[in-house]
Design a protein around this ligand. Structure first.
Ligand code: AMP
Ligand code: MG
Length: 483
């Protein structure tokens, strides 16, 4: 069967400090659970061949795809502020596949067994969390947010032990690269300066080739990563996405969202929202995400100092200047996005106030974030008593007056709002319901959910039931890291 792989493994050419070559860890009885046919086609792979037994063996790590060069990547990271040596403890990078558009993407098996970086872990992953990453990453992609993608999930036929026995599973993850802030921290701490430089040049060549011939490219590199992250975090905030574990090892150099552990979308608007059960201090709460991104970027900057300038005082000064741009870039992205969410096609200085008043109103009245923008987009306020409140009517009045001060047609305003406000997001209760049924072998609700989430801006009747909130519950939704 010709699956269509075109492997070319540049990471494996880096100094050995950066990885451990791997033999695969076969599993007992692999079975395909889900395949992303659309992504397969974008990658130039044959969806038919990917259904074959041979492909399932490859997704399970039982057979090496032709041209692959399996390895586990070394990296470090600050986890909740504490520095640790980490590395791929349960993931194997098969190599880089070259797409028909000549783009280079990492193909990684997550949950593929023990590696030299596994520490005490079993190297395995459970079906629920792997399907969860599949759902959320694909939903993020459809929302227009840079993210790693999910090509397939297989079960391994082996049980894994967590609090109780769970079905083992492997996710095939596709990424622009798996270079992380933590990869640079690792190089800075344990590599030579030459190795750090090699890594930085490699990252530049892969992600920012336009600066590869510049003399002062390392400061430019830092600036580009800062810019990408400012764009990314603004996009998260605009849809109410909470990553949950913004450790430096979970922040990419490419600007893609990575590692969907205890992440979730906010329902009612509350900047202090935290979902992760292990984030007891709210370090990675919704409102802290921009600051935490900046904190992580400062760790990247520190790692790059020896390359930025040979005089360390000068290097620090340059890095600080670059980092100072982050809040400005982030806010510019955030307000540009917020304006579009409200259909504001011109700029007025009071727009920030108008936006803040709406957010404040949502907070005070515990209004649902997504559905408030959805209601504004549809101009449909009858079905929820919260929108009948005098305070909301007054805000709407102000907003209407603001819209009338711009010359753009109402039609364009509405189109803009539809393109900027998702009609649906992966609601926690819907995701959990689909995962529960999938673990019992019923994949229909999962497939239906994926279909709906693939078109978040479509505003179809079919989506209505996915926009509804869960029945009121006294206990807050919690996501768990025990993946
Ligand atoms: P994560 O929370 O998924 O970002 O993982 C943090 C670190 O723990 C990474 O180095 C992972 O490779 C490692 N890790 C997570 N789960 C396992 C596991 N089951 N076995 C071995 N290592 C793991
Ligand atoms: Mg991680």
């Amino acid at each position: 069967m010709n699956i269509g792989w075109r492997f070319d493994n540049s990471y494996a050419q880096l100094p050995h400090t950066f990885f451990a070559s791997m033999a695969l860890n076969p599993v007992e009885e692999p079975k395909l659970v889900i395949l992303n046919e659309q992504l397969a086609s974008e990658l130039g792979l044959s969806a038919v061949a990917l259904q074959s037994e041979e492909a399932v063996q490859e997704f399970a790590g039982n057979k090496e795809p032709v041209g692959s060069s399996p390895l586990a990547q070394a990296y470090a990271g600050h986890q909740f502020g504490h520095f640790n040596m980490l590395g791929d403890g349960r993931a194997i990078l098969l190599g880089e596949h070259i797409t028909p558009d000549n783009e280079r993407v990492d193909i990684q098996l997550k949950g593929a067994g023990r590696t030299p970086f596994s520490r005490g872990g079993d190297g395995r992953a459970a079906l629920g969390p792997m399907l969860r990453e599949y759902i959320i990453s694909e939903a993020m992609h459809a929302l227009g947010i840079p993210t790693t993608r999910s090509l397939a999930v297989v079960t391994t036929g082996e049980a894994i032990m967590r609090e109780y026995a769970l079905q083992g599973a492997i996710l095939t993850r596709v990424a622009k690269s798996h270079l992380r802030v933590g990869t640079f921290q690792y190089a800075a701490r344990w590599g030579t300066e030459e190795e750090l430089k090699t890594l930085a040049d490699y990252a530049i060549q892969r992600h920012f080739p336009m600066i590869q011939n510049e003399g002062n490219r390392y400061i430019k590199f830092l600036e580009y990563v800062i810019e990408k992250q400012a764009e990314l975090i603004a996009k998260w905030q605009l849809v109410g996405f909470i990553h949950g574990v913004m450790n430096t090892d979970n922040m990419t150099i490419s600007g893609e969202t990575i590692d969907y552990g205890p992440c979730a979308f906010m329902d009612k608007y509350d900047p202090q929202t935290v979902f992760s059960s292990i984030d007891t201090h709210g370090r990675y709460a919704y409102q802290n995400q921009p600051n935490m991104a900046l904190w992580n970027l400062a760790r990247l900057a520190e790692s790059l100092l020896p390359l930025i300038h040979h005089d360390s005082a000068q290097a620090i000064k340059m890095a600080e200047q670059a980092l100072q741009q982050f809040p400005k870039l982030y806010e510019a992205n955030l307000f540009a996005g917020m304006r579009l969410k409200l259909g504001l096609l011109t700029e007025e200085t009071q727009d920030i106030e108008l936006i803040d008043e709406l957010l404040q109103w949502m907070k005070v009245n515990e209004a649902d974030y997504t559905n408030t923008f959805r209601a504004l987009t549809l101009g449909k306020f009858e079905d929820n008593p919260v929108f009948q409140l005098e305070t909301f009517v007054q805000w709407r009045q102000k907003w209407q007056e603001r819209l009338q001060r711009q010359t753009q047609s109402l039609e364009l305003v509405q189109r803009t709002m539809r393109q900027s406000n998702p009609a649906i997001i992966p609601r926690n209760h819907r995701v959990e319901e689909a995962l529960d049924l999938a673990s019992e072998g019923n994949l229909k609700p999962l497939q239906q959910l994926l279909k709906v989430l693939a078109q978040p801006f479509a505003y179809t009747a079919e989506q209505e039931m996915y926009a509804t909130l869960p029945p009121a519950s006294s206990c807050a939704y919690r996501t768990f890291c025990g993946t």
